[in-house]
Design a binder for this molecule. Structure first.
Ligand code: NAP
Length: 328
């Protein structure tokens, strides 16, 4: 039997809100029912652009809209906590952009609110939901590369951003770690789990957020991850998972890959193709909708404990490199 469409509310009208909405519109069982913005004009313009029935000129109106099943939060990181809290407290399910919040304290507070409201809540860490990443986890568990010992991953983008851009603004939670480093950290966690020790170094921008950051994680079983991110370097944006018998290589865009290569003794033994649908963000929407229909409060692909673990590691990295946010 066909499902009734899940009714989405989109909170904020920026770049990723547009991409996510375009991905949602490719699904037969999703409806973009409303958009909410800080301004009625921006909400109206976004609604007109995508044919969205209701445009709300405040987050509170969106949160109170009775004909929405789930809100997708797409503000800058500094506003994730306030926006998601408003929606969760109003009894709405929430899919909130990454990083979930500025720090682990805010993240845990949102989890408590979701628990209290009895609603679904998930970080929009789409990497955890794309088919090639799920396949990679399966491949590692199959033992084909032996015991994983080393993860190397980079997410560096030469934004050429001025100081007014959100990635350089401390008030908006700027910096490479929260914007980009969250992906290598998530990849490492998928392979090794919780790190035992965290070592970090960074160069900061004149505004005091991290421009380029390197993190080394050591795990209880001895596995090591070396992870880099930058908002000023045109990096490879690639990743390798090296084991005792071989390795898995992701090319560029490892955070939303369409496949990967498996090597043993330096021979390519398998090329795994697992293309994503639409622009890739649709997979987190499909997962959120599945969880909603099954009455789950958290996604097994992106459980709260995993999101909180990454947030705690980022807190430790920021403490070591000396980045603090006024809003945290
Ligand atoms: N999953 C991904 O691949 C991906 C990619 C890029 C970004 N992101 C995440 O998505 C979030 C938004 O990034 P973006 O690139 O879309 O940013 P953006 O283009 O600057 O859009 C953010 C939107 O949030 C609202 N906003 C702006 N300043 C705000 C403030 N001070 N307080 C509250 N709301 C504010 C605005 O919408 P209104 O004017 O309508 O309020 C703005 O259009 C970030 O947390 C980022 O990490 C994820």
């Amino acid at each position: 039997m066909a499902h009734p469409p899940v009714r989405w509310g989109v909170l904020a009208t920026g770049a990723i809100a547009a991409t996510f909405t375009e991905d949602l519109l490719t699904l037969d069982d999703a409806e973009v029912a409303a958009v909410g913005s800080r301004s009625p004009e921006a909400a109206r313009a976004f609604a007109d652009r995508y044919g969205i029935p209701r445009a709300h000129g405040s987050w509170a109106e969106l949160a109170a809209d009775p004909d929405i099943d789930i809100v997708y939060v797409a503000t800058p990181h500094s506003a994730h906590h306030a926006a998601a809290a408003l929606c969760l407290d109003a009894g709405k399910a929430v899919l909130c952009e990454k990083p979930l919040t500025l720090d682990a304290v805010q993240a845990l507070d949102l989890v408590h609110r979701a628990e209290a409201a009895g609603v679904f809540f998930m970080e929009a860490m789409w990497t955890r939901t794309v088919p090639a990443i799920l396949k990679m986890v399966e491949t590692v568990h199959s033992g084909v590369i032996g015991e994983p010992r080393l993860v190397t991953a980079d997410f560096s983008v030469a934004f050429k951003a001025g100081p007014e851009h959100r990635v350089r603004d401390p008030a908006l939670g700027g910096g490479a770690l929260l914007d980009l480093g969250v992906y290598p950290l998530t990849l490492s966690r998928l392979v090794f789990g919780e790190p035992r020790t965290v070592h970090a170094a960074a160069t900061l921008t004149p505004e005091g957020v991290d421009d380029t950051t390197a993190v080394t994680l050591v795990h209880p079983g001895g596995g090591i991850a070396t992870l880099t991110c930058s908002i000023s370097a045109d990096g490879p944006w690639s990743a390798t998972i090296a084991g005792t018998e071989g390795r898995i290589e992701f090319g560029r865009h490892f955070s939303w890959p369409s496949g990967f290569s498996v090597f043993r003794n330096d021979d390519l033994v398998q090329r795994v193709e697992a293309p994503f649908l639409a622009r890739g963000m649709v997979h987190e929407a499909i997962e959120a909708q599945r969880c909603l229909r099954e009455g789950l409060q958290e996604s097994p692909l992106a459980p709260w404990a995993e999101t909180l673990g990454v947030m705690r590691t980022m807190d430790e990295v920021r403490a070591q490199i000396g980045v603090a946010y006024p809003a945290a």
